[in-house]
Design a protein around this ligand. Structure first.
Ligand SMILES: Cc1cc2nc3c(=O)[nH]c(=O)nc-3n(C[C@H](O)[C@H](O)[C@H](O)COP(=O)(O)O)c2cc1C
Length: 329
């Protein structure tokens, strides 16, 4: 394990923390809850899937309700970037213009999605098989929005292997991307550990734009190891922030003070889940809210024995009141 010390802290400037996009998991309510404490510097929406047509405003507002507020930020003031997924440069450009007209302040392009359905239609990580296509997509979107807003990209290390990792990143940069997030695995590696943080370092060494390290940051130690092995100042965190909603505040606190916050208590976790239920209940049916709570509890259980015990006890309950009582008891 890498020793996390104040000495390391003093040698390095604090880095930025991004909240990762997670389709079907991190929606506007989750972004809101995870950015109420200081920690995250930016967040990204679930992907908006672009096939051919220009999508109506309601699709953008559904993925990014924060567009209805002038700052396009969470209630805690953290900027929200909108993510597009697709493979047709023209269609992506048309939707980028549409997003711009609706007030988007930053556009992210998805080159990482491993889903079979998405890849079969040539979207997400399947574009990593051909750097020229990565370039064409980024360039088309960049040209569509001019210099009005930044275009960024999120990549994996490759599709089946890592041979094109650096070329795809260079292609995105040449197309006009202002920043890359790299999830340190190939598409075929799915979410299997380990994350190859040192490979992000190889990419970073060849690019002049900021490269953000992503994948398997579950703790303060992982955070520092990912930074050390990738050489990146900035990281993006997805599942780790669900497993421990205090992970980003914990990292930020440590960056600023060199002190470790105590582990996140069950009471704090239960409070987050209860607030989550109340937010979701304003728009969704009780049954759906119950399964969303169990989904988040399931993310917590891998890292917290009390969450694991509660999950086992509550996993078959679909009545929302009973579930909330079970969380609080
Ligand atoms: C359920 C799920 C949904 C995801 N949805 C998206 C998405 O919409 N866009 C995207 O770029 N990445 C998506 N990802 C990938 C994450 O953003 C992130 O790159 C990956 O989970 C690795 O980071 P982590 O170990 O911190 O979770 C998703 C991952 C998961 C597990």
């Amino acid at each position: 394990m890498v020793e996390v010390s104040v000495v390391n802290l003093l040698q390095e400037p604090p880095g930025r923390l991004g909240l990762a996009p997670m389709e079907g998991v991190i929606d506007a309510h989750t972004r809101d809850l995870l950015t109420r404490q200081s920690g995250f510097d930016w967040t990204v929406t679930e992907f908006v899937r672009v096939v051919d047509a220009r999508l109506p405003p309601r699709v953008f507002h559904k993925h990014c309700p924060e567009l209805l507020h002038p700052a396009v930020a969470t209630p805690g003031g953290v900027p929200v970037h909108l993510q597009l997924l697709g493979s047709d440069p023209k269609a992506l450009a048309a939707n980028a213009r549409q997003a711009l007209s609706l007030g988007v302040t930053s556009l992210d392009l998805n080159f990482g999605c491993p889903a079979k359905l998405v890849n079969r239609h040539d979207g997400g990580a399947s574009l990593l098989r051909d750097p020229a296509r990565v370039h064409a997509v980024v360039a088309a979107v960049h040209e569509a929005v001019g210099h009005a807003i930044p275009v960024t990209a999120k990549l994996r290390l490759g599709f089946a292997d890592r041979r094109l990792a650096v070329n795809c990143a260079l292609a995105a940069e040449a197309g006009g991307a202002r920043q890359l997030v790299v999830h340190a695995r190939t598409r075929n590696e799915g979410y299997r550990p380990p994350a190859h943080w040192e490979w992000i370092g190889r990419i970073r060494a060849r690019l002049s734009i900021p490269v953000v390290a992503n994948g398997d940051i579950w703790s303060l130690e992982d955070y520092w190891r990912a930074r050390t092995l990738s050489g990146c100042r900035d990281v993006m965190i997805g599942r780790g922030a669900l497993a421990d909603p205090w992970l980003a505040p914990r990292i930020r606190h440590w960056q600023l003070t060199g002190e470790r916050l105590p582990p996140t208590s069950w009471a704090t976790r239960a409070e987050v889940l209860t607030r989550f239920a109340a937010l979701q209940r304003s728009t969704l049916a009780e049954r759906v809210v119950s399964s969303l709570i169990k989904q988040w509890l399931s993310h917590m259980r891998a890292r917290d024995p009390e969450a694991a015990r509660r999950f086992e006890r509550l996993k078959r309950i679909s009545n929302l009141d009973a579930l909330l009582t079970g969380l609080a008891a």
